[in-house]
Design a protein around this ligand. Structure first.
Ligand SMILES: [Zn+2]
Length: 470
């Protein structure tokens, strides 16, 4: 008997984990960390309802921590099989997983120092060493649609999903009825992973879906549309205003994906002479490494990116750009004067070097803070966006007097219309479609949009629900 069980990414956008079973073999698709609400985060600590030692292989759709950040824990609990993922994703994981291990350690240390724990001492979910052990299991494959042998009777094909560099759609083929019956057609299960949108910069559009019996599709924007506000006009206006005041700009941005999109846009505005050339400082060692990975994988770039490269220009390099890698380089930035653009992580001001910059920028009434990404409830970024006049950063109350701007239009996810457009590429109706990776309203709305448009059988799965596949 074959089945799928949903161990994450349902009722939430985080914790993606889907277990496929057939003929006594078990494959886990994605191994993400739960993030956000406390009751979700607590799941990271619970023992999984399956034996990690009995998982034969893991497939990873893309590098984001909500799809990969539980992998070191799985390895710590005894998983020792291969982890298949695209080559760029493997490169990004070498940056992201050890960093996640360090963050887990820091959090445990913090709780011990401030006696915030019932457990003495508080232990990390995993540490940097565990993360490096997980990296040893990576089996990088090409995002080219060729079927790879995963384990006994299981095959998988990886194709470009857009979203971020290396992101994959994955088609898993697995045994159907037990072979005693004389063999049967394999079950074809297609995972959309996180799906990019069609005019996203840098990366290619998502590849069309492959014929399948079952389909899982993400629903992050299942109830929203991006609209057509152009991010370049907004960004150009904000930068010009700041330049006229000769004042600094701070852009908090996630190190992988968003930082590169912001650099790409600034370079383009400079090239079109819509903004003056200002010093641009990328102050995040992780962002700097991720930018290198972005530049390296030409087969994932869209045509516009390729045409800039063919003119011997670097699409992710502005005309006056500095990267601060060491702490000393970062501190030296404090002495700079005049108009400049500082891009630093984390994107929601929840930690990282961006906090040091925020402490200087926020009280400066000439300076500008630009939000380019979603600010989750409870984050410092959200408080500022909601208009609080004072925020607490590293135990200091910092007054907010700078200009606050928001540039819309950056998103790495397809909205519901783009998902429908993608689904239109399917050659035939699947037996069943699952909408996952969405808040409950979004997943339900996406399911309804699919029923309305195609009349297909769509299920919004629940946490730990098991569905038999035939
Ligand atoms: Zn993602």
């Amino acid at each position: 008997m074959a089945s799928i069980t949903f161990y994450g990414g349902v009722g939430t956008v985080t914790g993606s984990k889907y277990l496929l079973e057939s003929n006594g073999n078990r494959i886990l698709v994605d191994c993400g960390l739960f993030q956000g609400l406390k009751e979700l985060r607590e799941r990271n600590w619970q023992d999984p309802p399956f034996q990690p030692t009995e998982i034969d292989a893991v497939i990873i759709t893309h590098a984001h921590i909500d799809h990969t950040g539980w992998l070191p824990r799985l390895v710590k609990l005894g998983f020792n099989g291969p982890v298949f993922t695209s080559k760029p994703t493997a490169d990004l994981l070498k940056i992201l997983l050890p960093d996640s291990g360090r963050l887990q350690q820091e959090e445990a240390d913090y709780r011990n120092r401030h006696q915030l724990t019932k457990h003495a001492p508080a232990l990390p979910l995993y540490d940097e060493h565990d993360a490096r052990e997980a990296l040893k299991l990576l089996r990088p494959v090409a995002n080219d649609g060729n079927a790879i042998e995963i384990t006994d009777g299981f095959k998988a094909s990886f194709l470009v999903a857009g979203h971020i560099i290396g992101a994959s759609l994955v088609l898993v083929e697995m045994p159907g009825q037990p072979p005693v019956t004389g063999g049967s057609d394999p079950i074809r299960f297609l995972f959309s992973g996180d799906l990019g949108h069609y005019d996203q910069p840098i990366v290619k559009d998502p590849a069309p879906p492959l014929a399948c019996d079952y389909l899982m599709v993400e629903s992050t924007y299942g109830n929203r549309l991006h609209g057509d506000i152009s991010s370049d006009d907004q960004m150009a206006r904000i930068i010009n205003e700041a330049a006229a005041r000769n004042a600094p700009i701070l852009v908090p941005a996630f190190a992988v994906g968003r930082t590169q999109e912001v650099l790409y846009l600034i370079r383009q505005l400079e090239e079109e002479k819509r903004i003056p050339i200002l010093p641009v400082i990328v102050d995040s060692p992780m962002a700097a490494q991720a930018t290198q990975v972005y530049g390296r994988w030409h087969e994932e770039h869209d045509e516009e990116y390729a045409s800039i490269v063919s003119k011997k220009q670097h699409p992710l390099r502005t005309h006056s750009m500095t990267t601060a890698s060491t702490r000393e380089e970062s501190k030296r930035l404090n002495d700079m004067q005049g108009a400049r653009i500082i891009i630093s992580a984390s994107g929601m001001l929840t930690g990282g070097r961006v906090l040091h910059h925020a402490m200087r920028i926020l009280p400066n009434e000439n300076a500008t803070l630009i939000f380019v990404g979603y600010q989750a409830a409870g984050s410092v970024g959200r408080r500022i966006q909601d208009g609080e006049r004072e925020v607490r950063i590293m135990k200091n109350w910092i007054p907010v007097r700078c200009h606050i701007a928001k540039v819309e239009g950056f998103s790495a996810h397809a909205d519901w219309k783009a998902v429908i457009r993608w689904l239109e590429g399917l050659p035939a109706a699947p037996k069943m479609v699952f909408t996952t990776h969405g808040e409950p309203d979004a997943a339900a709305a996406m399911a309804q949009h699919i029923r309305d448009r195609f009349g297909w059988n769509v299920v919004v799965p629940e946490y730990q629900q098991n569905v038999e596949l035939t």
